[in-house]
Design a protein around this ligand. Structure first.
Ligand code: NA7
Length: 544
């Protein structure tokens, strides 16, 4: 009826993906009055928005699902690495089981939120005009809630169909027979390219940096085998194991360094990891792979040899998989994508690649894209797979003001400051998960969402049981954590590469480690210790 509503809640949660729904389920079960708000019209978070052709998860089943409430028992995946439609169906299934939707306000964004120092509550303004006041404000916006479109010259001139992959139309686009361009070869670009390459009339890939893709080794799952694995406790074992490994997967780095093995042994190990598929070649290898460039080079050489053998044209081979002396970046310091048929697609007559470092985009035109060398390419469809203002973007795009009236965007404009990767000083009773300075970038989402989720739920419950009005990180503990996160990253090979891990993919964004590089077990230990010490480093009911 157009009349704005004002409502009081215990907890307002932003985001109806894995993180937000976990918060809703448990906090509601504990008796707290909660609502989830999400811009999307359906549950699923990242899997609502990323519905481009071929979008799928890079964690193998059953890593990428909830471990709670025996949900796994009545749900069977059809593939080892499921695609977005199946992931969406999973959310519908979880919704049915846990009755979540009734407390989700969909197709609605959070415009702004201010902390009222008198009432010690958050006032949250929604895009509908409705206002909620809540004691706790929990942001579960994920690491890729804000897509990034580079400031290409003439972008607005283009008259054809153009979409960012994370804003792909829900109803799809007819691509058959069309002239299509894909800009960007991160995970989104790689998945799109390998899916549409065989369908479109002509595909031009505009690549700035090659992706050091790893074989996905996708396969269908047999429901009978899965039922047996479940019965024998296989799924529960994975759920337990994933809490104990560096990346929250069910495999981990080895207890040895590259130099502990001969060349022959190395080759044998690499072959095994390669054929195992998924991220094994990245995260189940020598423990110094991401610390020692010499060891890393042996992995790069193996990758280049395997990959180059699949590409027919010598020039294309050098563009997609250069030899070590021209390597685009140290292996694994940018997120490797998992591929199926990706390199073979470039052997098709209807697929070309343009190396943007040699021949950059000059300008977009009415009909397509003009390159620096003067060539103009016409396209019916341009897909921008150009990534995200990752990790922090989803948080700072909401106008959130803490106790001193300073917004989060201003506070983090020169660098990110958090305590434990879940709180930030001067924003009392506000928590975020799968965000900055937690193990976000290197870890399996559902693992982190459950571990950080429990920590946040416990913290809220602690405050309520102990009648605390506010819980706020101290400036000192925040400075300590931020330094700790930087130090953990500085000893790795990550800082040497421009990537979204380092905030280096968006011009002007501060360069820093956006994620905690100490691995999941250490992170859990450190955050648990803080809780066990009565939430050391936090001020309760501090002077406001
Ligand atoms: P990514 O991994 O950030 O990839 C973005 C791609 O877009 C990457 O290849 C970029 O090249 C390219 N890009 C970005 N800006 C430009 C400009 N200005 N010109 C040309 N090319 C550009 O995003 P994704 O969506 O693929 O994946 C994000 C994460 O989602 C992924 O890591 C997984 O965790 C899931 P660059 O490499 O910067 O040279």
């Amino acid at each position: 009826n157009g009349i704005a509503v004002s409502t009081s809640l215990d907890v307002l949660i932003v985001g109806a993906g894995f993180g937000g729904l976990y918060q809703l389920h448990y906090l509601r079960k504990m008796g707290y009055k909660c609502k989830v708000v999400d811009n999307a019209s359906e549950l699923g978070g990242i899997w609502y928005w990323n519905c481009y052709p071929g979008a799928r998860v890079d964690s193998d089943i059953p890593l990428y699902e909830y471990s709670i409430e025996d949900l796994y028992k009545d749900w069977t995946w059809s593939e080892r690495f499921p695609a977005w439609p199946e992931l969406r169906r999973y959310f519908q299934y979880v919704d049915k089981k846990l009755d979540l939707s009734k407390d989700c306000i969909m197709s609605t964004g959070v415009k702004s939120a201010d902390f009222d120092t008198k009432s010690c509550r958050w006032n949250v303004n929604l895009t509908t005009g409705d206002v909620y006041d809540c004691k706790y404000f929990v942001l579960c916006t994920g690491f890729a809630a804000k897509h990034y479109v580079p400031d290409f010259k003439g972008l607005a001139k283009y008259k054809g169909i153009m979409h960012h992959t994370a804003k792909y139309p829900q109803e799809g686009i007819e691509l058959e027979g069309k002239k299509v361009a894909v800009i960007g070869t991160g995970a989104s670009g790689v998945q799109t390219i390998q899916e549409i390459g065989p369908q479109v009339g002509h595909l031009t890939v505009l690549q700035r940096t090659p992706n050091l893709c790893l074989p996905m080794n996708q396969h269908k799952l047999d429901p009978l085998i899965e039922a047996r694995v479940k019965k024998e406790g296989g799924y529960e074992k994975v759920f337990k194991d994933r809490q104990t490994t560096f990346g929250g997967f069910h495999f981990d780095f080895l207890e040895k360094n590259g130099d502990d093995d001969t060349d022959e042994q190395k080759r044998q190990l690499y072959e095994e990891l390669w054929s195992g598929g998924g991220f094994r070649f990245w995260l189940a290898t020598y423990k110094d792979l991401l610390f020692d460039k010499k060891v890393n080079d042996t992995a790069y050489n193996f990758w280049a040899e395997k990959t180059r053998a699949r590409i027919n044209d010598p020039k294309t081979r050098d563009i997609l998989a250069p030899l070590l002396d021209k390597q685009p970046h140290t292996f694994g310091t940018k997120r490797p994508s998992l591929e199926q048929r990706y390199y073979e697609v470039y052997n098709q007559d209807n697929v070309d690649v343009i190396a943007l470092k040699e021949n950059p985009i000059e300008t977009f035109t009415e009909k397509g894209i003009k390159m620096k060398n003067g060539e103009e390419h016409e396209f019916d469809v341009i897909l921008l797979a150009t990534g995200f203002d990752s990790v922090t973007g989803g948080l700072v795009q909401i106008d959130i003001k803490g106790i001193d009236g300073v917004s989060l965007a201003v506070k983090w404009s020169k660098g990110t400051w958090t305590y434990l990767g879940m709180t930030t000083a001067n924003f009392p009773n506000m928590y975020f998960l799968y965000g900055p300075q937690g193990p976000t970038a290197f870890a399996n989402g559902p693992t982190i969402v459950e571990l950080q989720g429990d920590w946040i739920i416990d913290a809220i419950d602690y405050c309520e049981k102990n009648k605390k009005k506010t819980m706020d990180a101290s400036a000192q503990s925040e400075a300590g954590w931020t330094k700790h996160v930087a130090e953990l990253c500085d000893i790795t090979l990550f800082p040497g590469t421009d990537s979204w891990y380092m905030g280096a993919n968006v011009p002007g964004k501060p360069r820093e480690s956006l994620s905690y590089a100490g691995g999941v077990p250490r992170y859990v230990r450190e955050t648990k210790e803080v809780a066990e010490k009565g939430y050391a480093g936090f001020n309760f009911d501090g002077s406001l």
